[in-house]
Design a protein around this ligand. Structure first.
Ligand code: PEP
Ligand code: MN
Length: 349
């Protein structure tokens, strides 16, 4: 349930409500908005009579959350969740583009790609060091050496870094290098990992599983939120359907659906969503037009020789061009996007 306090409720009254909820067996999460405090009560193995709370002083209303996801729901928190990652504001008016290679491969590749995405207006560097590959014989990532290369490039270009953590045992090392921890599609229901990430205080970018419903995806975010980490970004990256022309089917309709159900920021990954670099820009444009709070895009300085996901990685010139297009689309729907001047040289392929 959600307990909405009166605007002028005192701290003492709030604490009395919290104590009552704890006695009733609930886990309590406070959300202090611009005008009032809302208290989310989840769990409640020994569910008590909600009237015991309704009658307490300072309580305006007790609302039952009917969705199976509680802390992720708009009922618990009406305002969009906005938070800072370094000096990058996630979930605000500005559409944030995270870009970089699928995997860190070498110092030169990471540096060149980071420089290119920064120049084009990306606000966060992406790159994998621990790679979840369908085949155990494919390139598995450089591990901690990859993290070092990515961190150095991120620092050099003044960008925060998002990188994947595949297993709970990797959290300790990944948090030392990353600003945002990515949970890959294949791990969306790795509940042990999600629970451990709930204990960290770094933002989590949670990809949608390849065959996950929106409800399952939101329930996965709930594992992180319930641990006390409220900084979760949901990332739509395509789901598996009968269509085989594209690698996955990017579910653009998930954007308005999730934006209505949840206060969490919604990002879109059109690279894994399509698997083909010629389809990345149209889907990125569509995602921004549909209200995405940000994008996660694979860019490589030499995609034809990439060790992973080369076919879906954009050339820097294509990415630059896409950013210029997004600068036209974003304001049309009341959003902004990085306006740093871009050197417009040979847009080419
Ligand atoms: C990635 O971002 O490189 C990746 C492996 O993504 P996903 O988990 O969506 O396949
Ligand atoms: Mn990839």
């Amino acid at each position: 349930m959600v307990v909405v306090m009166e605007e002028r409720a005192t701290e003492e009254q709030i604490e009395r409500v919290v104590a009552q909820l704890v006695t009733m067996g609930y886990d309590v999460h406070r959300s202090t908005g611009a005008t009032r405090t809302v208290i989310g009560a989840v769990g409640g193995a020994r569910m008590g009579d909600p009237r015991l709370v309704e009658l307490l002083e300072g309580v305006q209303e007790v609302v039952r959350i009917t969705e199976p996801f509680k802390l992720a729901s708009r009922t618990f928190k009406q305002d969009d969740t906005v938070f800072l990652c370094g000096d990058v504001r996630i979930g605000g008016d500005e559409v944030i583009v995270m870009a970089g290679p699928c995997s860190a491969e070498s110092e030169q590749q990471v540096q060149a790609t980071a420089a290119a995405v920064k120049r084009a207006g990306a606000k966060v560097l992406r790159g994998g060091a621990f790679k979840p590959r369908s085949s155990p014989y494919s390139f598995q990532g450089l591990g901690e050496e990859g993290l070092r290369l990515l961190r150095a490039a991120a620092d050099q270009h003044g960008l925060p870094l998002v990188t994947e953590v595949m297993d709970a045992s990797q959290i300790e090392v990944v948090v030392q290098y990353a600003d945002v921890l990515q949970v890959g599609a294949r791990n969306m229901q790795n509940f042990t990992l999600l629970r451990e990430l709930g204990k960290t205080r770094k933002p989590i970018l949670l990809k949608r599983g390849i065959s996950a419903t929106i409800e399952e995806w939101l329930l996965s975010s709930e594992y992180v939120l319930a641990g006390g980490n409220m900084h979760v970004i949901l990332c739509e990256r395509g789901i598996r359907t009968f269509e085989s022309y594209t690698r996955n089917t990017l579910d653009i309709s998930a954007i308005p659906v999730v934006k209505k159900l949840s206060h969490l920021p919604v990002f879109v990954d059109p690279s894994h969503g399509t698997g083909r670099r010629d389809k990345v820009a149209p889907m990125a444009r569509a995602a921004v037009a549909a209200g995405a709070d940000g994008l996660l895009i694979e860019v490589h300085c030499d995609p034809d020789h990439a060790l992973s996901d080369g076919a879906q990685s954009m050339f820097p010139s294509q990415f630059e061009r896409l950013m210029a297009e997004l600068r036209i689309i974003a304001p049309a729907i009341g959003r902004s996007i990085c306006v740093e001047p871009v050197a417009r040289r040979g847009w080419g392929r």
